[in-house]
Design a protein around this ligand. Structure first.
Ligand SMILES: [Zn+2]
Length: 331
């Protein structure tokens, strides 16, 4: 991964590259201009002179490119990347907020996605496309015909296949450079800590409160950033939790101290869910994960963002940290 030292070395080199390139262009332009103003009786003599100057211009440009390009690549911390990676992530690298250093961070990062379902489908695909180096997928389910209306990482031919296996194949097609780690099991109190410990950021796309609360508590304990989203019918919500950072950073239990009973809140199977809504919230989750890894923009920590698909409107509410929160409270 690119370090700050590389960046501090890279900045002066970048300016050297730009200076050499500018000087080369100026010299080249002067040569061409002086060749161009030769005229009349001197035409024949100037023809041979222009030809030799053309060779000189060519040499200057070769030297300029030879010096400037490595300086530019060094400045962007691109030496750590292959030519294929530079081309694949070019639209990220060109963003000032990401650049070569940011892309190298994404490549070095490890993200665990809970659930390869409605939210996990777009989330996993965007994270793989973004070049997240290691993507963990946890799901104990197999692909069912009724999943395909929204779980767009799976295909009709995948029905009956384990979702982690179907997801692994799809992610490999999108970006073979990503290491996909399959966890074909349900997250439980017994295995959660060991699995979560191996990742930097966790994105929860599970469909039940028990898992959401378990992930919240484990991420708090292990100091992992958690980006959690939920969808039902035409409504979605998303927030980021890093409550171990203290004031201003609540956790899931600060909003809902205890999980409602499974009977009190209908599931997507009972109440239904608009397929594209999963895409909206899953893509938002992928964006927030990338932002957290890069440390750019405004975090969703302390805010709950809600989306009403029927009304086509977003809303947000501030979440306060509860002193008596069962997970992150101090009382
Ligand atoms: Zn809390």
């Amino acid at each position: 991964m690119a370090s700050k030292r590389q960046l501090s070395v890279g900045r002066p080199l970048m300016w050297v590259g730009i200076a050499v390139l500018s000087a080369g262009v100026a010299v080249g332009a002067w040569f061409l201009r002086t060749s161009g103003i030769e005229s009349g009786v001197k035409a024949e003599r100037s023809a041979s002179r222009a030809s030799s100057r053309g060779v000189s211009v060519g040499r200057v440009m070769v030297v300029v490119i030879g010096v400037a390009l490595p300086c530019y690549k060094r400045a962007m911390s691109l030496p750590d990347m292959t030519e294929t990676q530079i081309r694949r992530y070019a639209r990220h690298i060109v963003l000032a907020e990401i650049g070569g250093v940011g892309q190298a961070k994404l490549i070095a990062s490890k993200v665990l996605v809970i659930g390869a379902g409605g939210l996990g489908a777009p989330l996993l695909q965007y994270l793989a496309a973004a070049g997240i180096g290691t993507l963990g997928v946890i799901d104990d389910d197999t692909v069912d015909l009724s999943n395909l209306q929204r779980q767009i990482i799976h295909r009709t031919a995948d029905i009956g296949t384990a979702k982690v296996e179907s997801a692994r194949r799809a992610l490999g097609d999108i970006n073979p450079e990503v290491r996909v780690v399959m966890h074909p099991r349900r997250l439980t109190e017994a295995n959660a800590e060991q699995i979560v410990a191996g990742y930097d950021v966790v994105a929860d796309g599970s469909d039940n409160f028990a898992t959401r609360y378990l992930v919240n508590d484990i991420c708090y304990r292990l100091k992992k950033i958690l980006v959690s989203a939920a969808i039902l019918r035409f409504d979605g919500q998303i927030s980021t939790y890093k409550a171990w950072r203290g004031a201003g950073h609540p956790c899931l239990r600060c909003i809902f101290p205890t999980a409602p009973s499974e009977d009190a809140v209908p599931s997507c199977a009972q109440a239904g869910v608009l397929g594209a809504l999963a895409g909206t919230l899953g893509a938002l989750q992928a964006t927030e994960v990338v932002k957290e890894i890069l440390g750019i923009g405004r975090s969703l920590s302390g805010r709950l963002l809600t989306y009403d698909a029927l009304d086509a409107s977003f809303d947000e509410m501030a979440i306060a940290k509860r002193p008596d929160c069962p997970t992150c409270g101090t009382q």
